[in-house]
Design a protein around this ligand. Structure first.
Ligand code: CAA
Length: 240
């Protein structure tokens, strides 16, 4: 039986790449999205992958959204917590709302999805959770105290939940992408982005499928002994 995978923020950017890689690996894939109905419709037309709309930062909506997926498709075996937003700004200009929205969606979304899917994985003694962190959660980034804190939190969340899932066959891992060629990165001012690319040893932005390969590795049947790990895929921008 094909494993059922839910990818949050799955209809665009890195999320779309992840959906395609898991589909290619033989999973039955479902994408979640938060707002852009038109992009979601185009995604489903292109890929044949169903898209479910709910806000992963909203606890009740996420529990209800995942219950709908279980009713329509079946029990969730794999969760990829990819949904994320930026509200960049230096601290002295950042509002409380900019802080909260990024924490609510980027970090709260991981908690809400795990609350919805982890108990079933635990009962069935098999599961894969992959959380998408960021190089900026590892190294920090000027103008991103909210995003860096949320992404750094994801790395701690991953290691804590990995310990809880280990004896039930549920692995929990993270990917820390660098700067990838997506709408999110395209929103960085050109002059700033140019300077960032100069500091990437590989000399370019990454591509969504280069992140997706790492996710597919963590989700594979054989990947039973890798848990609590973070895989950095950043063109050498940050090494440690
Ligand atoms: N280090 C030190 N100083 C910096 C700096 C840096 N990295 N970046 C900017 N500054 C300085 C500027 O030189 C400028 O100094 P002066 O006033 O002395 O000239 C000052 O900070 C203000 O810069 P801006 O004019 O750019 O200020 P702003 O308020 O208009 O914008 C900002 C600030 C929103 C942070 C903007 O610089 C920006 O968008 N930066 C990009 C942040 C970024 O990399 N975001 C990543 C988004 S993609 C993503 O997050 C995906 C992922 O996981 C990797």
């Amino acid at each position: 039986m094909a494993r059922i995978a839910v990818v949050t923020g799955g209809t665009r950017g890195i999320g779309e790449g992840i959906c395609l890689a898991l589909q290619q690996q033989g999973c039955k894939v479902v994408a979640n999205y938060g707002g852009n109905d038109e992009k979601a419709r185009q995604f489903t037309d292109r890929t044949g992958i169903a898209a479910y709309k709910f806000d992963v930062g909203d606890h009740e909506a996420t529990i209800a959204g995942c219950a709908r997926i279980v009713d329509d498709i079946g029990p969730i075996d794999i969760v990829v917590n990819n949904a994320g937003i930026t509200r960049d700004g230096v601290l002295h200009k950042m509002s409380w709302d900019d802080w909260n929205e990024v924490m609510r969606i980027n970090l709260g979304g991981c908690f809400n999805m795990a609350k919805a899917a982890f108990p079933g994985m635990r009962d069935r003694k098999w599961g894969r959770i992959v959380n998408i962190g960021s190089v900026n959660g590892q190294a920090g980034q000027y103008g991103q105290v909210n995003y860096a804190a949320a992404k750094s939190g994801i790395h701690g969340f991953t290691k804590a939940l990995a310990q809880e899932g280990a004896k039930y066959g549920v692995t929990v891992n993270a990917i820390a992408p660098g700067y990838i060629d997506t709408d999110m990165v395209a929103a960085v001012p050109d002059a700033v982005l140019e300077k960032i690319i100069q500091k990437i040893p590989v000399g370019r932005l990454g591509h969504a499928d280069e992140i997706a390969r790492g996710v597919a590795f963590f989700c594979a049947e054989e990947a039973t002994f890798v848990t609590g790990a973070t895989l950095s895929i950043n063109g050498g921008q940050h090494m440690y």
